[in-house]
Design a protein around this ligand. Structure first.
Ligand code: 13P
Length: 252
């Protein structure tokens, strides 16, 4: 089965308004003819609506939020709901990024609620998993990733799963310049597919898109994307430069 190819850019807390508009415009224009690759950009919240306006009506280019609240609405000062994100034209939300798990102490229970609200508001999800350096060193990385998958995704059914992509982002590779080797990444991606097979079905495992993230750039993307179980990338630093991100989109 041939799965969709996806390249996603997570801008994190970078760019101001003018930089964000220039970047999205350049990436969007450069990718117009590349219809066989799904592009997803996760800009900071204040720039989502303008980004949606630039990319609307495009069937292979989507905008997503980097987070959403675990609450539906109400007195939660500073929070942004799934409904708000959907109502301005976003298609995606990123859930469970390691920076949210580590710096903002997001728990599995919160992630489950966030995914529930996102699905109920017609958003697709990129759900992030990945081990820390000490967990890889003590060889618990498979168990850590399995728990991140099962504790959260087992609260959803196979139809829900069709709206969820998984991103494997080993924390030791994020922003460090140290990429997982294609063998290390492929091994974990195949393992993740096995976990989905065991908890859902062989068909679900075959269908689900699994992206690699962690110091992915235009130099290593081709080798990573050529692995059987790697369906694309979730790009941090290299998504902030239009030419670099465009080269990654062309790496399949
Ligand atoms: P880098 O590509 O900067 O390592 O970041 C990866 C990431 O965290 C994407 O979500």
């Amino acid at each position: 089965m041939s799965r969709k190819k996806i390249v996603a850019g997570n801008w994190k807390m970078n760019t101001d308004y003018n930089e964000a508009m220039a970047l999205i415009t350049n990436v969007f224009n450069a990718s117009k003819t590349l219809i066989n690759v799904e592009k997803i950009i996760f800009p900071p919240f204040p720039f989502l609506q303008s980004a949606c306006e630039i990319t609307k009506n495009e069937t292979s280019f989507f905008i997503g939020a980097q987070n959403c609240s675990e609450h539906l609405s109400g007195a939660y000062t500073g929070e942004v709901s799934a409904n708000m994100i959907n109502s301005i034209g976003c298609s995606y939300v990123l859930i469970g990024h390691s920076e949210r798990r580590l710096f903002f102490k997001e728990t599995d229970d919160q992630l489950i609620l966030k995914i529930k609200h996102a699905l109920n508001h017609n958003l697709r999800i990129v759900y992030c998993v990945g081990e820390q350096l000490d967990e890889r060193k003590n060889a618990s990385h498979f168990d850590v990733v399995r728990a991140q998958l099962e504790n959260v995704l087992n609260n959803f059914n196979e139809l829900d799963l069709e709206k969820i992509h998984i991103a494997y982002e080993p924390v030791w590779a994020i922003g460090t310049g140290e990429t997982a080797t294609p063998d290390q990444a492929q091994e974990m991606h195949a393992y993740i597919r096995g976990v989905i097979n065991k908890n859902f079905s062989a068909e679900a495992a075959e269908k689900i898109n699994i992206l690699y993230g962690g110091s992915c750039n235009s130099k290593n993307a081709k080798e990573l994307f050529s692995c059987n179980d790697i369906d694309g990338g979730l790009i941090g630093g290299a998504s902030l430069k239009a030419d670099e991100f465009c080269k990654i989109m062309l790496s399949f």
